[in-house]
Design a protein around this ligand. Structure first.
Ligand code: PMT
Length: 397
């Protein structure tokens, strides 16, 4: 299962014999869907070459704190911001001590200080070094600060000793990394999400639709499932893979989307309307292909039902979240929509900028609810979706 899908993992490799296992670790992280970038310390490069890890990660390996070229591209602050997780594996006794001291004398420890991402360490050292009171104290301090620990395992060591201190197996480390993102914030909740466009048929071969790709709705479905919710996506026609652990109900028209959504209400705690539903449909659908004829034709359109309003007006309504796709006066139009449609929350996004909104990889939004608002600056749709799900989990209690 791809629990690290689209997560940015910054892997710090330090100087221990287990550094060779970081090659397999990169593979395991990528199998879980992660994007991996690597920082190597000077010590690590004594055990394995940056070229090996570059080839495996598909990204240049970062080794220097002060590197003019890197500062223009991925310098230490960019790396720290890029990371969803900083994973140090193997983590030597020395790097643990330097983390405790808050040192910033190489790229890895500087990134550790500069990142807001969670930190997971996989210690690897001689068993006597692991059992030394200094290391024990350092681990206790790091745990108190919220640093996550995986391993070490016990057994025969490279130096011939037997005891605790071997780095955990890469698969175990990758699983520990993935488990940090299984928040359980919506455990047991039933979430229904509409996604993608609707198609309103004119005749058997033509339809009216829009440019929604479904990416935002599917990112929300992925984030809801990761948060432990039983998640259903009612989806218009899109070219996307359905995320793991998400039930998929395909529909075409607004009327079909309405019927599916209402049918799901008896098993729904949270409803998120992300679909770009056509507001109008042709008054009649011709049974035969419309023939080319006069220079001008007039299409008669009739209003489609408003799905999210119908959900918000239903008996035992779920916590109801809408989106507002606006091109100007984004916040005031969104506030008005939230009120008019009777929503608990609305996600306002500006669809006039082609680099965010419809059919792009990124979005930026402001989430509004009766008690407040939160701006979500430009980020991947997966990242925006996770923030929206966190806010819903907080507010709907
Ligand atoms: O799919 P992507 O390419 O990733 O693009 C994402 C998106 C831009 C489509 C998404 O972020 C978004 O803004 N979705 C809402 C699009 C929309 O139709 O907005 P609206 O302002 O017209 O509608 C307001 C709300 O009413 C929405 O929650 C919409 O789902 C809902 N609605 C609208 C009309 C209708 N007949 N029924 C509805 O339920």
């Amino acid at each position: 299962m791809a629990h690290l899908f689209n997560r940015n993992v910054l892997l710090g490799v330090t100087g221990g014999i287990a550094a060779y296992k970081s090659a397999e670790l990169i593979r395991q992280l990528q199998e879980q869907g992660a994007n991996v970038r690597v920082i190597m310390t000077q010590g690590a490069m004594e055990f394995i070459t940056p070229l090996t890890l570059q080839a495996l990660s598909g990204n240049p390996v970062h080794t220097q704190l002060l590197d003019a070229e890197a500062e223009q591209g991925m310098g230490h602050i960019e790396l720290a911001r890029w990371a969803d997780l900083l994973l140090i594996a193997p983590a030597t006794a020395d790097v643990l001590a330097r983390l405790v001291a808050g040192r910033a004398d190489d790229l890895l420890t500087t990134a550790a200080l500069a990142t807001a991402a969670p930190l997971l360490v996989a210690p690897a050292m001689n068993q006597q070094m692991w059992l030394d009171p200094a290391t024990t104290d350092n681990i206790a301090t790091l745990s108190r600060r919220g640093v996550h620990l995986v391993g070490p395992a016990s057994g025969e060591q490279a130096c011939g000793d037997i005891g605790p201190g071997r780095m955990e197996q890469p698969a175990v480390i990758a699983a520990a990394a993935a488990s940090l993102f299984q928040s359980g914030l919506l455990a047991g909740k039933r979430v229904v999400i509409t996604a993608g466009p609707t198609r309103e048929a004119l005749d058997p071969v033509r339809y009216i639709s829009n440019h929604s790709s479904g990416k935002m709705g599917y990112a929300l479905a992925r984030a809801a499932a990761e948060a432990g919710a039983h998640t259903t996506v009612v989806s218009g026609p899109v070219a996307l893979t359905v995320p793991d652990k998400v039930r998929h109900l395909p529909v075409e028209s607004a009327n079909e989307m309405l019927d599916q959504s209402l049918a799901l209400l008896k098993e729904c705690d949270i409803f998120i309307a992300c679909a770009a539903v056509a507001d109008y449909r042709p008054a009649t659908m011709e049974q035969q292909k419309i023939k080319k004829g006069p220079e001008q034709v007039t299409l008669q359109l009739v209003r489609n039902p408003d799905i999210v309003t119908a959900v918000a007006e239903s008996e035992n309504r779920p916590f109801t979240v809408g989106f507002a796709a606006e091109t100007n006066e984004v916040l005031s139009y969104a506030r008005d929509k939230m009120q008019r449609k009777g929503l608990d929350m609305i996600v306002a996004n500006d669809v006039s900028d082609p680099s965010i909104g419809f059919n792009s990889e990124h979005n930026a939004a402001t989430v509004l609810w009766s008690g407040g608002e939160q701006a979500l600056p430009r980020a991947s749709k997966d990242s925006i979706a996770r923030h929206i799900i966190e806010l819903i989990a907080k507010i709907q209690r």
